[in-house]
Design a protein around this ligand. Structure first.
Ligand code: NAD
Ligand code: MG
Length: 389
């Protein structure tokens, strides 16, 4: 029996993880599930899977969670301290699938107990990559990538020497607006940005796919996880979303990972690693698919990609600034305070401002400093919106 916990169990990744675990209940002993506002889902899954503990991030929902779990024997808890405590409960495998920088602290706590962390929360690597990797190394913990591109790279690298890698290519669908005229983008609505052409994901990452902030985060994630030089990381638009990444070696070979657009593949790979188990995903019929298309991304359509390059040039806490500004700008777009293209404009301004202040992003990468820069970045976004609208 493998002891498993899922942080962000009620989200898109969390539910896909639960789908896989529930198909094979004899193999898994569920320790903790965490969620946010969706108490009914959290409680139902905790009962169904026989979890030890269910935690909602919102302290105001503790009574609701207790009521939903009454008589089940599942412990209920709420708030940040409860999330941290859940991450200390011994488990062999922990899924990190909270959305946003909120996923960083529980992920670090999990690594400190030497567990295997399946990492969907890319924001952890963007805001504090070196801290995450060092913590894993210090405690003999392992991080397995769950983002589809990074799982693809990881699989293409199996048995290879990273020193022979010339380049890593991650693909992007191009998102909801890849074929829109550029001058219409400023008017794009939240509903329009929330439709992904190929993947079914949470709302925030779906909008980030339309703006390519998601790909920008993933470029940084690639750099932090695989330790490759930023110049060796490329982004390619691939509208079919079937080739997830390619690794180019010094002999000219490109190893591509091809699979259906179903996150249960990457989750299942991390769940069963180092074995490959049978997974309930579609088998691709390439003859029927017929064509796979690729093209270079247009920097004018996707300014977030250049911002990622700036972040990597600065290093240090620039990733925390970038992510915090991006999260706040996304909140403002969803709330209707700024337009779609306003997100990149404002993030660029805040990134410029905070990285040009002497020493600010060069402080050591600690949880406290990440939180401080994240806060400053969010404040910067609010100020910019108040000033320029
Ligand atoms: P989601 O919005 O569907 O779910 C997020 C989960 O986090 C929910 O359980 C929610 O309750 C919880 N949560 C939200 N805010 C929280 C907070 N402040 N504190 C504690 N818990 C909180 O998100 P998702 O699409 O499943 O994405 C989760 C992570 O996985 C993100 O980092 C995302 O970038 C990454 N990811 C997702 C996909 C996908 O297919 N959805 C693919 C690749 C990577
Ligand atoms: Mg991805």
């Amino acid at each position: 029996m493998r002891r498993v916990s899922i942080f962000g169990a009620t989200g898109s990744i969390g539910q896909n993880t639960i789908d896989l675990i529930a198909r094979d209940p004899a193999r898994f002993d569920v320790v903790a599930l965490t969620g946010g506002q969706n108490i009914a889902q959290l409680a139902a899954d905790a009962k169904r899977l026989g979890a030890e503990l269910a935690v909602t991030a919102d302290p105001a929902r503790l009574d609701d969670l207790r009521a939903a779990l009454a008589g089940s024997g599942v412990e209920a808890a709420a708030g940040q301290a409860a999330l941290a405590e859940a991450a200390t409960r011994p488990a062999d495998w922990i899924m990190s699938a909270i959305v946003g920088v909120a996923g960083l602290a529980p992920g670090l706590t999990a690594l400190e107990q030497g567990t295997t962390l399946a990492l969907a929360n890319k924001e952890s690597l963007v805001t504090a990559g070196p801290l995450l990797m060092e913590t894993a190394a210090r405690h003999g913990a392992r991080i397995l990538p769950v983002d589809s591109e990074h799982s693809a790279i990881f699989q293409a690298l199996a048995g290879e020497d990273i020193a022979t890698v010339e380049r890593i290519v991650i693909t992007a669908s191009g998102g909801a607006f890849r074929d829109w005229p550029l001058d219409r983008l400023a008017q794009a609505s939240v509903a329009e940005a929330s439709c992904h052409p190929n993947w079914d994901m949470g709302q925030r990452i779906t909008i980030d796919s339309a703006s390519m902030f998601n790909k920008a985060l993933e470029v940084i994630e690639t750099r932090e996880f695989f330790g490759v030089d930023p110049d060796r990381i490329e982004v390619l638009i691939h509208p079919e979303s079937l080739v997830h990444a390619l690794v180019g070696f010094r002999d000219g070979a490109l190893m591509a990972h091809i699979g259906p657009s179903d996150m249960r593949h990457a989750i299942g790979y991390a769940l069963n690693w180092p074995e490959r188990a049978e997974l309930p995903v579609d088998r691709l019929d390439l003859a029927r698919i017929g064509q796979l298309n690729f093209r270079a991304p247009d920097p004018a359509r996707y300014p977030a990609l250049d911002l990622a390059r700036q972040v990597m040039r600065h290093g240090g806490l620039a990733g925390a600034v970038f992510n915090g500004a991006k999260e706040r700008a996304l909140d403002a777009f969803i709330a209707g305070h700024i337009g779609f293209t306003g997100m990149a404009d404002i993030v660029a301004r805040v990134l410029d401002d905070l990285t040009s202040r002497s020493g600010l992003v060069d402080d050591p990468i600690t949880l406290d400093n990440v939180a401080r820069l994240d806060h400053l970045a969010r404040q910067g976004v609010d100020t910019a919106i108040a000033r320029h609208g």
